[in-house]
Design a protein around this ligand. Sequence first.
Ligand code: GLN
Length: 532
Amino acid sequence: METKYIFVTGGVVSSLGKGIISSSLACLLKARGFSVTIQKFDPYINIDPGTLNPYEHGECYVTEDGHEADLDLGHYERFTNVRMSRANNVTTGRIYQSVIDKERRGDYLGKTVQIIPHITDEIKRNVKRLGSNGQYDFIITEIGGTVGDIESLPFLESVRQLKWELGRNCVCIHLTYVPYIRAAKELKTKPTQHSVKQLQQLGIQPDILVLRTEHEIPAAMLRKIAQFCNVSADAVIQSIDVPSIYEVPLSMHRQHLDEIVMAKTDVPVNGEPDMAPWMQFVDKMKNATETVTIGLVGKYVELQDAYKSINESLFHAAVHNDRRLKLKYIHSEKVTPENVAEMLDGLDGVIIAPGFGQRGIEGKFVALKWCRENDIPTFGICLGMQCMVIEFARNVLGLADANSTEMNPSTPHNVIDLMEDQKTIHNMGGTMRLGAYTCDLKEDSLAARAYGRTRVNERHRHRFEFNNDYRQRFEEAGMKCVGTNPDTGLVEVVEIPGRRWMLGTQYHPEYSSTVLNPSPLFIDFIKAAINR
Ligand code: GLN
């Protein structure tokens, strides 16, 4: 079949969950046997979110091909089980960079380079790139930001042109907000009407409206919105708050979002999507009664989006083990030797979070020492693994000043050090060790048992590494390097055998955990936490 292009725009306010709606639609279409992918266009000037502080934009997600991406790509993978790539996330910065590069090469020789048509053409080329080899039946494109933002205009103009060019192979879903005024006890449709009008002024007639709401919208009101907005009555659906994002695909299917999209793009609607495995997950999620309590020690704990993929991976693994997840955020800056027992009290397991820089690092060491001495299942990820190594060096090997050269460039015991090929790098953007690399695991390791195999492929995002000069001393003292990269010898996994579950990964297993395929390491970690 010809590739169908679905655009998802948002109006009224941000944070309506365009990413979850896009992911849910993709999930349903995939369950109908179609090949689907999702891409996100972000209207900011940064080339990618890799240089953004998590306070600005939440977690930076990493694709297998080593792209630092918007966290929505994590949702896309978790909902669809389809791998995303560099081509699935494009920013204004990347569009302009590519146009300016072409201008310098002389590709536009003689012409004035302008937003229309050059920037918009570049956007259109990027939208269609994923469809170029006919690999996908549906390409869902989420436009970041809100209609009315100056920054979004070139993207919306491109959508307008594409809608015109693609005809029935293209639909636009517009997501808006229907607020409830408590004093008047009324839901209000005016913001939606205005937002659709704004879209229409830009030449885009939405085909489907998805209304975010905290209260059930009555049928008569949905009809009224349809009438005001030139949208067919059956194509106005509501997205009411649900306890878990993983219920959204089911809620969208009950309102026929998948069928509406298919009908509007002339795809015959027959049968039902096979949502059985998904339902199984949702049933397990709803039926779990016992709790597993995990503490996440990190410095961005005020912000739930900063550790998105870890939160979701823990959740997948808890559901897999028939448990409700109780996640406690522990501010690493506040952990001291005096209060650590109290702060970590009642936890079944502890995650030591990834991160950069000195802030909050000492609290991580204190938490790690306490966990090691009290044999609490502990999982260190990236910086968390590096901290595990440093804590062990300080308190078991007796190297009091051991550190990472990231935190102290002149430490006498650089147990974590800059990777050789990082030493000549000056640019910050896109220059870390990024993306999936192979790791070979020792046969008798905890990690190999958890994965059920000895060769894995997991994603990275770091500049520093375990210093192999110290390897023998660590191994003799009881911290084993059980996972290494076969090509470079870089240490990827350390563990302390004899403990319940003390394991650190230089890579980020959380990036590859999906609903239908939870991360084996997270499953095993939660199991150990439950057994404690
Ligand atoms: N700051 C560390 C490094 O660059 C760890 C990075 C991370 O936790 N993602 O190696």
